[in-house]
Design a protein. Structure first.
Length: 286
């Protein structure tokens, strides 16, 4: 007598779904903004399901170079992160749209950063909230980016704690300055984001993840043997601490996490390698 054939076992897929067909027209930016929206495994679009956390990401066109789907699939398979929706925003004129919303730098770069902030707050967040099953609570909303996109994400989160609670900056361009080195520039007064933090307010719900690589660059303005990318990042941490944010490197309850990557460079390969650290930090599986 033949052995009975066992019933097939249903194994739920642990792969993410990437939607590359989404976009919206921005009035402040006067252009169509392309989006890649990455949905977690077993995403349920029904109105009865619980809203998910959401991560907005600058330079969304770089998802393939970041190997983001493979990184996410691995973390979901390890059950290291809780399900969330990733909204990857394709850059436009990134030299002008990324920066600090309050002011451009000394060369006029970042002149549209305020308009980009308007787009994020008044167009993008409402659009995602109405088209995807995401929470609109600040405690469930994060923003991250790379280089200039990291500066942009940090600036938007820092100044809008009513909409966000987490910021991630991979090799953030915290050198952004109001004066050239030939015009009497001083670290103590002329780095724009540092000055904005000094003049800003403390908000107990905000947390920050910052990364720099030891090979991010070779410049060393003050000749102290530490590259500017690291100095600018750690000096920003000092300003956050003065403002009231807690920083204890090995304490998971700290408001700030700083990751310094030995041999890390200013490229997508380094950022991809450290991406799991950020994602587990921002949306840990509790």
């Amino acid at each position: 007598m033949a052995e009975p054939v066992p019933a097939p076992i249903h194994v739920e897929s642990l792969s993410v779904t990437v939607r590359r067909d989404d976009s919206l027209y921005s009035v402040p930016l006067t252009r169509t903004v392309r989006l890649d929206v990455v949905l977690p495994p077993a995403y349920d679009a029904s109105g009865t399901a619980k809203p998910l956390p959401v991560l907005y990401l600058n330079d969304g066109q770089d998802l393939p170079r970041l190997h983001m789907t493979a990184v996410l699939d691995s973390l979901y398979q390890q059950q290291a992160i809780r399900p969330f929706v990733l909204v990857a925003i394709h850059a436009g004129d990134r030299i002008q749209e990324y920066g600090t919303g309050a002011t451009a730098d000394y060369l006029g770069r970042g002149s549209k950063a305020g308009l980009y902030t308007d787009f994020v707050l008044t167009e993008l967040l409402p659009y995602i909230g109405s088209h995807y099953r995401v929470s609109q609570k600040p405690e469930d909303t994060a923003f991250a980016g790379f280089s200039l996109g990291g500066l942009s994400a940090f600036d938007i989160v820092f100044h809008h704690p009513d909409r966000f609670s987490r910021a991630g900056a991979f090799s953030g361009s915290f050198w952004w300055r109001s004066k050239s080195t030939e015009a009497g520039y001083r670290d103590e007064t002329d780095r724009i984001m540092h000055d904005l933090v000094r003049k800003g307010s403390y908000h107990k719900n905000l947390k920050f993840w910052l990364e720099a690589g030891t090979d991010d660059e070779t410049s060393d303005r003050n000749n102290n043997g530490i590259i500017d990318a690291i100095d600018d990042t750690t000096d920003l941490i000092d300003e956050l601490v003065k403002k009231g944010y807690r920083y204890q490197q090995q304490n998971p309850a700290s408001d700030i996490r700083y990751v310094e990557v030995p041999g890390g460079q200013h490229n997508q390969e380094t950022w991809s390698a450290v991406m799991p650290d950020f994602l587990i930090w921002v949306f840990p599986n509790k």
